[in-house]
Design a protein around this ligand. Sequence first.
Ligand SMILES: [Mg+2]
Length: 497
Amino acid sequence: MPTFEDSDLVAETPLTQTKSRDINRAPSNNLAVGDSPTLAIPSDIQDGTVTSIEVPATRNSVADTTNYMHNLSISPSMKDRRGSRNSFGTSLPIPRGKRQSRLSSVHYPDGPGAAVRPGMPPIQPSRDIIAAQLQDLAGEKVQAAKDMAFVFDIDGVLVHGDRLIPEGQRVLEILNGDNELGIKIPHIFLTNGSGKPESARIDQLSQILKNPIHIDQFIQSHTPMRALAEYYKTVLVVGGEGYKCREVAEEYGFQDIVVPNDIIAWDPTIAPYRVFTDEERKTSRPRDFNKINIDAIMVFSDSRDYATDIQIIMDLLQSENGRFHTKAKDPVSQRIPIYFSQGDMLCPTEHPFPRMSQGAFRIGLEAMYKSLTGVELERVVYGKPELATYKYADEVISSWMETIHNDEKLPANIYMIGDNPASDIIGGNMYGWNTCLVRTGVFQGGDNDEENPASFGVFANVLDAVKTAMKKELGQDFNFEFNEKINPVHGKGSAIE
Ligand SMILES: [Mg+2]
C-alpha cells in the first residue's frame, strides 16, 4: 500500500525547492503562450534564509482572447476591416430617399431666422441680385463651384470640444457665400460623435462656429441608424448619458425603446454589481420583460457602465429570440442582431492618453460572447470608416445640393477634411474622395501619415485646406471675399455707388 508521500500524484507535480535568490525575481508581465516561467511562492525560513517553492506558470486558455475575438476586429489593416468586417452577407440599411428640406428650421446662432450673421457682410437687398448677375457672367466658375463639395470632420478640425478653431469659422463664412461669386459651396459635417439628438448638436455647433448649420447637413455616428426603425419594433438602446439615447431613438421613429435601466428596475438581480438609485428607479420604465421579445440591440454611444450593459447584452444575445430569462437552444438562429454606431477603439480627451471607446467595448463583448458560446458574434458597425456611412453621406450631399442650388446631384469633386488618418482619411481614400489631413487635431506626424496618407495633402489648418481645394477647382486667383460694391458688368469695384 503506497503512502501519500510516494503516490503518483506527488511524483507528477513538478514542485521544486529553490533558494531565496528567486524570491525577488521580478514577475514577468509579458508571458508568451508556450513559455514556461515559474512563479515563486514563499515557503518557510531555514537558517535565516527564505526558501521558496516554484510552481510552473500556466495560462488559462480562456485568458488568451485572440482566438475568441472576431478576427476582423483585430485585423491590423483598416482596409481589410473596412472591406469586410460588416460583410456577413447582409447589406446595411441607410435612410432612403430625399431628406425633407426644412429651410425654415435653419439654426442661426442668434436664434431662429435671425438676420444677424456675425463675421459676414451685412445683408443688403441688392446683394442677392449682384451675386446672381455675377454668377450669370461666370458660367464656368459657377459650374465648377457646384461640382465640388466639402465633408468636414468636426472635432480637431473646426472645434476642440466646445472651443472654436478660428479658421473653422472663416471657412464656413467663405462656403456660405463670402467669396467672389457670392455663391454657396455645398458642405456637410460627418462625425463619429454620438449620444445626443442631431438638433441639440447643431444648435451647439452653430453657436460655437457663429454660422448657421442645418440639420440636413449633419451626420453623426448613429444618424444612418434611423433606417433601422422600420425593421425592428422593440429595441434595446445602450450607451450615452442618462436617457439621451432613448430621446435620439424616439426622434428616429423607433416605436418601442427599452434601455438597460428599464430592465434593472424590472429585475435588479440581472446586474448584481449595479447600485441602482431611487432617482433611476423613478425615471425608468419597467415592464414584464418575461412577456416581451427584444427585436434588436442598438449600441448608440459609449457605455457608462460596462458591467451592467455587457451583462444585459450577453443575456439577450444568448436568449431565445430576445426574451429575458430564456436560453437559446441554437445560439445562432435564435440570436437577435446587434448594431454599433461606430468602431473607434480610442477617443482623445483631456486625459494625457486617449480613453477607450465603443470599439474597445465591442471587442470585449465579442471575446466574452465567443468564450461563452463557442461561436463568433456577428455584428454590424456604422460610422467612419464604414462604407454605409459614406454611402449615406452621398445621399446627404446630393439632397443638400437640391436645397441650396435646386439641383439634386452629387458633385464630382468631394473633399474630406479630417484630423484622424485612421477614420477620416482611410474612409475617404477608400471611397474615392480627395482627402485633406489637418494638423489641428489627432495627427501630429511628419509630411503625411505613413499608413493612410491623405490624397490631397496635409495642411496646417482647415482654412489652408479649403482655400487650396477651391483654388484648384475655381482658379488660382479666386477671391475669398464678396465685394458688395462690385459692378457685375465691368467686374470693377465701386462703379455702382
Ligand atoms: Mg476628429
